[in-house]
Write a protein that binds this ligand. Structure first.
Ligand code: PLP
Length: 428
């Protein structure tokens, strides 16, 4: 901890437990005093340009005045009422707007408060869809290597089992099928064989469309998603798109499903849903899925209901975030960022230890053969005045869409500089 750490830091640090962190050997986290736009201001006065947008949430930058005004107005009117038996304007308006934005008849919105939970709800929906229709034995999911769908017990079981975050728990989890995406002819053959052998027990095929985020920023094309749609139809399973990372413009269009013209049966959204301001998630079902729950039997209802479901404050903020997609040129900004990342990041290809550079929308990735000293690398970026958080074997940028050309150039320049000056031992 720095000598000049604020009082709240020294007073509280012994009581906090940090995410994915060995607390005994933790590199002390940086104390943040405030945020604005694309900047994170530290308690010690330094300012960082944010390359990550707070785990991909803050797509409009921090403290956008329109979002702030919506939050304040809603706070004065009605921050929250229980969603059982009571509804309010922000939640219903948000449901209507999400349904209108999503393609086809994805028009029933079930709110929750985190991405993991929204995926759990999608899984429950899929399993109960079959139970309600009287089909037995559809209790498994098919998901993919390098996939990430959350940290709860249910979602851990559909993540890549070897990615490390959850490997401790593998033996305890419900057993689903995690296989390779059908990326090439050989993998497609294996995929088809697998699907034909196990199709009868599969309730849903679950995928992060176009970019698998937390599992290593792996990218694939629309043909892969078309193959998944065909496979789901062939075996009578539901297709679930987890758009928690890619949704709201990150890959260049509002939603991946609309961009690739593949209609999923269920979509999950979170992360940028509130523009990085509040915790909120949504699971959206097509009419076909919803109809399986539309019944006179109370037992056919979807049995789920988080305490803070449809939180009015969060929904008002999400509505304000959607306003900004209409009133400000977000997707044009993403296209410009994509162009700039494609122009500037490939220069990293010549650096030692770099095995791949890839860009999709406002996502730029430099993959290394290995990262030995992750903490050293993180520190080097802070010294360059940028907030870049490498993980696994990648260094990546997912900036706010409002990042300026100069800011993006500073960040790609910092990546080049830091990777070029990695010590030789570190490169293996
Ligand atoms: C972040 C993420 C989740 C989990 O969301 P939480 O809000 O952290 O629970 C699930 N799926 C994808 C694709 C994500 O990127």
């Amino acid at each position: 901890m720095a000598e000049d750490a604020p009082g709240w830091y020294t007073a509280g640090f012994e009581n906090i437990w940090l995410p994915y962190t060995q607390m005994k050997t933790v590199t002390p986290p940086l104390a943040v005093a405030s945020t604005s736009g694309t900047r994170i201001r530290l308690a010690d006065g330094r300012e960082l340009i944010d390359g990550i947008a707070s785990w991909w949430t803050a797509c409009h930058g921090y403290n956008h005045p329109h979002i702030r005004a919506a939050a304040i107005a809603q706070l004065e009117r009605l921050p929250h009422v229980m969603f059982g038996g009571l509804v309010q304007e922000p939640a219903l308006t948000l449901a209507r707007r999400l349904a209108a934005l999503l393609p086809g008849d994805l028009d029933r919105v079930f709110f929750s408060d985190s991405g993991s939970v929204s995926v759990e709800i999608a899984m429950k929906m899929a399993i109960q869809y079959f139970i309600n229709r009287g089909t037995r034995g559809r209790g498994k999911f098919l998901s993919f290597r390098h996939g990430y769908h959350g940290d709860t017990i249910g979602t851990m079981a559909v993540c890549d089992p070897d990615e490390g975050m959850h490997s401790l728990f593998t033996g305890l989890l419900p057993q689903h099928h995690v296989i390779d995406l059908p990326l090439d002819p050989e993998k497609t053959e294996a995929f088809d064989r697998f699907v034909d052998a196990h199709g009868h027990e599969i309730a849903g095929i679950l995928v992060e469309p176009l970019v698998q985020g937390a599992g290593g920023m792996k990218m694939h094309g629309p043909e892969v998603l078309r193959a998944l749609r065909l496979a789901a139809d062939r075996i009578g399973a539901l297709l679930i798109f987890d758009e928690i990372f890619v949704g709201f413009g990150r890959t260049g269009s509002m939603f991946a499903c609309a961009a690739v013209g593949v209609q999923p049966d269920i979509v999950t959204l979170s992360k940028a849903l509130t523009g990085g301001t509040m915790a909120l998630a949504a699971t959206i079902a097509t009419r076909r899925v919803f109809d399986a729950f539309w019944d006179d039997r109370p037992s056919a209802a979807l049995m789920h209901g988080p305490t803070y479901m449809g939180n009015a404050l969060a929904c008002a903020v999400a509505n304000a975030s959607l306003d900004l997609f209409e009133t400000e040129p977000r997707l044009e900004q993403v296209a410009a960022i994509e162009g700039q990342l494609k122009a500037q990041l490939p220069a990293c290809r010549d650096l030692p230890g770099v095995v791949d550079v890839r860009v999709k929308g406002a996502i730029g990735v430099v993959q290394l053969d290995r990262i030995g000293d992750l903490n050293g690398l993180k520190r080097a970026f802070v010294e360059e005045g940028v907030w870049v958080r490498p993980f696994g074997d990648i260094v990546y940028l997912t900036p706010a869409f409002v990042a300026t050309e100069d800011e993006i150039a500073t960040m790609t320049g910092a990546i080049r500089k830091v990777l070029a000056s990695r010590p030789k031992a570190e490169r293996g």
